[in-house]
Design a protein around this ligand. Sequence first.
Ligand code: B0W
Length: 790
Amino acid sequence: MDEEHLVAGFKHYYGHRLGRDEHCKSPHYAYEALAMVVSDRLIERWKETYNAYREADCRRAFYLSMEFLMGRTLSNAMLNLDINDAVDNAMYKLGLELEELIDSEPDAGLGNGGLGRLAACFIDSCATLQLPVTGYGLRYEYGMFSQDIVNGEQVEKPDHWLRNGNVWEIERPEYTHRIKFGGRTETHVDDFGNKKVYWVDTHDILAVPFDTPIPGYRNGTVNTLRLWKATATEEFDLQEFNAGDYAESVAAKNTAENITMVLYPNDANENGKALRLRQQYLLASASLQDVIANWVGRHGNDFSEFAAKNCFQLNDTHPSVSVAELMRLLIDMYGLDWDEAWHITRNTMAYTNHTLLPEALERWPVDLFKQLLPRLMEIIFDINAHFLAEVSAHWPGDIDRLTRMSLIEEGPQQQVRMAYLAIVGSYSVNGVAELHSKLLQQGLFRDFYELWPEKFNNKTNGVTPRRWLAACNPELAQLITETIGDGWLTDLSQLKNLKPFADDKAFRKRWYQVRQNAKERLINYKKQEHDIELDADALFDVQVKRIHEYKRQLLNVLHVIYLYDRIKRGDTVDWTNRCVLIGGKAAPGYYMAKKIIKLINNVAHVINSDPDIGNKLKLVFMPNYRVSAMEKICPGADLSEQISTAGKEASGTGNMKFMMNGALTIGTLDGANIEIREEVGHENFFLFGLTEEQVEELSHHYDPVSIINQDEDLQRVMNLLECGHFNQFEPNIFDDIIASVKSPHDPWMTIADFRSYVNAQNHVEEAYRDKEHWIRMSILKAHNGFQGVS
Ligand code: B0W
């Protein structure tokens, strides 16, 4: 771990493994050599952790997720191994800039947004808590697309993150599993009357695992993230080859490998492609076979203790075909009877729901299921038959309820309701914030809650303070550690010990200075991409997250236009300079989200090029928002925008990252905002907007046009939009946006919350002008110790 060994290791890899010398100018190879040196230091601990869990024979959990939004690995690994300073010195000796090497690592962007990042934060925290948790996911060749902005519009570019290899992963072909698709089932009854089903004539592929080490924080533990890559089976190649069709054989290989080629970029949006179902089944089947093979290796075919020793956490419904797959493996492959297998399944599966949005609730057509996974479809029908019998026994004669609760939705096209399959097959169902869990119980899953109230619970999301404070904002982390010690890194509640220091003038001064430095770094980071001057004294008002109507980036833009209009009218007494930074990707097929990006860019262009506006107001769209960008952005924000329509954002986790770094929040009573506000104190949170109940009530008689007519400021904002002020040479391009906010059916009720949002923003400005007061709030906000599950 010391400097000399790090230097020697680096030289060895750089010169002998990568074959580079001092003539090589690309920082990429230096990054690779350093990553190899650091990775070496994880391997022994990794093996030891594996053996320790084996010996302890404790209960193990497997986090099944279609997304792991890991971001970069190097700086997190260095932090957790406690070798930051040694590496820094070693690189200095070698004449290298550590920062530049860190920035050479491509993000592992194997996720869309909050759901994928939550999976990444969880496995990090589990390693720190020394919990025996393994992540199972897919090794997409192409991660989340990279976003360019051309003429104000989003252009997607494929993200071939593995192009230059991946130093952190280890291929483990010895744990390959075979996955079946297609074919048909045959039922045989033996001489004793026992029924056995065979799934035959299948087109198989292989799932090959690649393991990534997940180090805990300075505790010797290294857990595993195992990602599956799809490949063709060998005999498939051979058959075709012998038939003389070499080219056909290679093409078939491609078809198999396509399955893990690309991440679907549809965050909380419709997703109905057969390839996606193949991905889901591959994840479910490979992971379950893996755990079972390990079990059988140790216990033979005795599954009596399996449920007591294993649990599978389903990250939303995406891996929920696991419920049926575990039944198939136990019954068809290991000869258990239905009741035994069902008992095991129901005691090992747990399901986390992440959204109430109807468009994100997965349903698969029965026909597609039958064709792709015929055996699984039979099992789902059987599960449904048993389940509906249970419902009938509970509510005799209640046909409506049977129809509502059936795993199969009837209609012109029968569909499998994946959320219901997950609930029926699990012992635990949780939402991700208190409000969200309550709404699940009272609304979406009400029938199921009435049947099994004991299954339902809440686990409010959390984020890892190692990546989101210690690693991304070392200066602030250092100040905190100097003040209250370093216990907060593994026990966030200790941050409350900072509270008395909010009254200490010298501490406030240092806090302010550290935050200003972070703003300067953010300004420099932005300057590399944009040629725009931002003023570090201005209020940095940031909204970064996926672009979605419910998250209401539009409300933010309406407020910016309102400020612009005020400046133009000379209404600038007691003005607070403000830089509004917005970033996020739109699902490629989401028309309105893409329009919103275009609007932000057009409004930004008008404002930033108007000499009347100057430093009073800037609007910047930050392209290609991703994990590594957030690590640069969140330390430099003053204000975090969490402004979703109440009841729509299940939790939100960006809010937590900003608050740890000392930003204040403007937000609605939605998702985890509610709990954050309780923790930090109402006076340290800028609240606005309708409550979830008010949204629901208003939806019956919502009349945005009359709201506009009664509000002069809003009228002016709408006039600017409607007269084409922001699209002078692009007529009508924003008509759909204008129509959507003016529609009485607008589910996001942007207009309804405009006035209270503007008022809350006025309070923000007032508070920001009182510097001492703002710093106090920043300290209290960051450090009242909000702690979700992290
Ligand atoms: C993500 C992807 C897909 C898909 O690819 O089909 C579907 C749904 C999601 C999704 N993401 N559903 N909810 C989320 C976000 O999850 C995080 C973590 O719990 C929450 O903080 C967000 O509020 C929620 O929108």
